[in-house]
Design a protein around this ligand. Structure first.
Ligand SMILES: Cc1cc2nc3c(=O)[nH]c(=O)nc-3n(C[C@H](O)[C@H](O)[C@H](O)COP(=O)(O)OP(=O)(O)OC[C@H]3O[C@@H](n4cnc5c(N)ncnc54)[C@H](O)[C@@H]3O)c2cc1C
Length: 391
């Protein structure tokens, strides 16, 4: 088949991009190797910026279709300290099951004029400065004027374009499972985060009566110990503070435990010839700040603008503009996320951070506003940095 744009990967960013391009009048092939609904290891907290991105595409309804639960903020636990940060009233986030949200977005893409949805695994690509050819494992080929790799952190497209960049260090991994709360147990209104040094635990309300429990951990924690993924997650959970453990009293597992990692992914560049990388395929830092989906949706919007200029106006600088926009988008995120991963792994710094946030909830709220794109890092008052340093 012949199209304007072939997108490999129909997850959150690939599907949102397909909707956007279809609305711009382009012919799109959206190809994923999975059958939807398909699950994905994720903390499943969509911050306000991501909600706004869905709204801008007219896809807000996908949240309701997914039974998404409103999030009022984040609670941090460290040793005996508990800190609560509230999102501002203009910054509504949602907890949402990826199983449901990605399927709703994929279905929205399939309904969009100009978008053809294909089930198949891309296994060969040829790209030059003017066009791209994708071959699927079953032998079908797609010829396109531009190719997009939206195929996630282990991106085949990034690899085939020789854009992989090695990552130094031990690496962080993740385990995730859902639980149905016992009757009468209220669903938390805030994402609950418990710090334990070599790992953190996250609890996110994702549907009525259902929470997702995620552990982000060093490789030695992920690989150490016996048993299944579910057993290992249960062992990590047993060290959670009493207040948090009580939440799962009498709860029943609602999904299989999924594992993934290493989380950190780097790309040498996000474009080569007529190809672009969006979402995690273009690089990923860590899940600790829960911004991946929002950034993926924002980078998809920037990619849609660039692809339209590339195809309609034959503008060969469009992909450079995309790369620059994406880098600007990620700058504060990379800084904050890397800093928080460092702090989470250091007992003294972690104590100061959580104590500082517990003493100054307004400071916590402003840091959250930076994290969900409502304000910039440079707009924070100096006292917010000082309060954290002083703990
Ligand atoms: C443990 C964990 C917790 C997280 N928590 C949060 C959070 O709380 N909030 C948040 O905003 N973000 C979070 N993230 C980040 C978020 O999950 C990602 O940023 C987001 O899923 C990126 O979407 P994507 O579309 O780029 O990739 P994906 O969602 O991974 O989609 C990629 C798609 O490509 C398909 N594919 C792959 N290879 C091929 C191929 N060769 N051919 C065809 N199809 C292919 C796959 O089947 C898949 O459907 C978390 C991530 C992890 C790992």
């Amino acid at each position: 088949m012949k199209v304007d744009v072939a997108i490999i990967g129909g997850g959150l960013t690939g599907s949102a991009l397909a909707v956007d391009l279809g609305r711009r009048g382009l012919a799109v092939a959206l190809c994923d190797r999975a059958d939807f609904p398909r699950d994905k290891a994720c903390g499943e907290g969509l911050l306000a910026d991501g909600v706004a991105q869905l709204g801008a595409l007219g896809l807000h309804g996908t949240l309701a279709a997914s039974d998404a639960q409103p999030l009022a903020g984040i609670v941090y636990y460290n040793e005996h300290t508990r800190a609560r940060g509230d999102f501002s009233k203009h910054a509504q986030g949602f907890g949402v099951r990826r199983l449901r949200l990605d399927a709703a977005l994929h279905a929205a893409a399939a309904r969009t004029d100009g978008v053809t949805v294909l089930r198949g695994e891309a296994c060969l690509i040829a790209v030059d400065d003017k066009c791209a050819t994708v071959t699927l494992r079953d032998g079908r080929t797609i010829r396109a004027r531009a190719l997009v790799g939206a195929d996630g952190p282990r991106s085949f497209v990034r690899h085939a374009l020789s854009l992989d960049l090695p990552v130094r260090g031990e690496g962080r991994y993740a385990l995730r499972r859902h639980f149905r709360l016992a009757p009468g147990t209220p669903l938390p209104t805030h994402v609950q985060v418990s710090f334990h040094g070599p790992y953190e635990l996250y609890v996110t309300p994702v549907a009525p009566e259902i929470v997702g429990v995620t552990a982000l951990c060093a490789r030695r924690v992920m690989q150490g110990g016996e048993g299944s993924k579910a057993d290992r997650l249960a062992r990590l959970w047993s060290a959670a503070p009493e207040a948090l453990r009580a939440l799962l009293d009498g709860a029943e597992p609602e999904s299989d435990a999924l594992a993934c990692g290493p989380l950190r992914v780097r790309a040498r560049a996000v474009s080569r010839g007529a190809a672009l990388l969006v979402g995690d395929a273009g690089g990923y830092v860590d899940a600790i700040t829960g911004e991946g989906m929002s950034l993926g949706l924002r980078s998809a919007a920037a990619a849609a603008r660039a692809l339209e200029r590339w195809i309609v106006q034959d503008d060969r600088r469009a992909f450079l503009t995309y790369a620059a926009e994406r880098a600007a988008l990620l700058r504060a995120h990379v800084l904050l996320t890397s800093a928080l991963v460092g702090i989470a792994g250091d007992a003294r710094m972690r104590r100061r951070l959580v104590r500082g946030f517990a003493l100054h909830p307004d400071t916590f709220g402003r840091w959250l506003a930076v994290s969900h794109g409502e304000r910039t890092l440079s707009s924070l008052p100096l006292r917010d940095f000082w309060r954290l340093a002083a703990g």
